[in-house]
Design a protein around this ligand. Sequence first.
Ligand SMILES: NC(=O)c1ccc[n+]([C@@H]2O[C@H](COP(=O)([O-])OP(=O)(O)OC[C@H]3O[C@@H](n4cnc5c(N)ncnc54)[C@H](OP(=O)(O)O)[C@@H]3O)[C@@H](O)[C@H]2O)c1
Length: 394
Amino acid sequence: MAPPVRSVLPVVLLGCGGVGRHLLRHIVSCRPLHANQGVAIRVVGVADSSSLLVADLHSNGLDDALLTDLCAAKSAGSPLSSLLSRGQCQIFNNPEARTKVIDTASVLGKTTGLVLVDCSATYDTVGMLKDAVDCGCCVVLANKKPLTCTYEDFEKLVSNFRRIRFESTVGAGLPVIASVSRILSSGDPISRIVGSLSGTLGYVMSELEDGKRFSEVVKAAKSLGYTEPDPRDDLSGMDVARKALILARLLGQQISMEDINVESLYPRELGPDAMSTKDFLESGLVQLDKSIEERVKAASLKGNVLRYVCKIEGKGCQVGLQELPKNSALGRLRGSDNVVKTKQPTSVSRVEIYSRCYESAPLVIQGAGAGNDTTAAGVLADIVDLQDLFHKTD
Ligand SMILES: NC(=O)c1ccc[n+]([C@@H]2O[C@H](COP(=O)([O-])OP(=O)(O)OC[C@H]3O[C@@H](n4cnc5c(N)ncnc54)[C@H](OP(=O)(O)O)[C@@H]3O)[C@@H](O)[C@H]2O)c1
């Protein structure tokens, strides 16, 4: 027999795209596991870019059949309002949706508590997250953007460190943030973090070693679903820079995006302000082939390979291409070893943490570092990790 429920965690989810939908499915499928742990997750509301579907605050939340249908509806491109006919919920469209999220945080913050989960990919959620923190709610993020805008916003969000989790922002489900936090709280100063944090760029760089052309590899990565719709979002290095900024800020560096040295793999003339995604894919990309090929060859002559590396050290932080010995740990890292064999892209990330205790033998975290399923699993683990702050109230 399952033990009595000890902790009920009410959740409002912002974003029901690839990660958000996987999270909802994980919540539903893990019910028996959580029940055995005395934990229950109650999904009170789900928001997308235009509306919020919310249950009556005194109910048990949106039921599992509705959550399953919600995932199916969003996958099929239907709006959240298509679920209204099911009853048990209300819909609010923007801007009322945002007000309703904050009202919900205010009410539940004073009573049962609330976990506001951000699985969107926008800066627009920062205000709601800060208001939720002010209401005493917990926040869990897969979205990197709220932690990488102003330093003041970062400080505000992490001001009560017990109430925030953001493991999935760096390395998806890999325990990078938890490891860094544990080392820091033990008083062991971290001197350096080095890593390969982009599955997309890991894939691209390792494919180049096999003599393939850059333009072909990027297009293949796009067709495998590895890249953002516009691959320049990956090739600009900004996604890696955001991860680096989160880690650097955790180490105490009071820096902003502008302080990070970011190497873009395309010049301004091929950027989004100068040409469309279609033109970039059709005629822009090939213009990069020659220079990248020369760099790959120059590295190869020295027994090296190119890797897109993030390095945080002292007061500095940089992300960009580096030549590394082919046999080094990062050099051996293949972006996605399983693509061909299983058709299930696996993007491998690796992070090395150096501190007093981990000086000559760094703490190494390596494994699948991207993907909706893995990322959502990391978010779910973050939510469950907050259970001790919640109690059953009735
Ligand atoms: N996939 C990975 O491997 C991975 C790894 C680590 C971190 N992440 C992060 O996880 C987040 C989610 O990724 P994803 O692939 O699921 O993105 P996605 O498929 O683009 O989904 C984004 C969702 O956010 C919603 N949204 C947009 N603006 C919103 C707002 N103001 N309020 C509430 N919801 C809003 C969108 O609404 P519509 O449905 O109306 O468009 C959509 O449902 C991103 O920040 C990403 O960087 C992903």
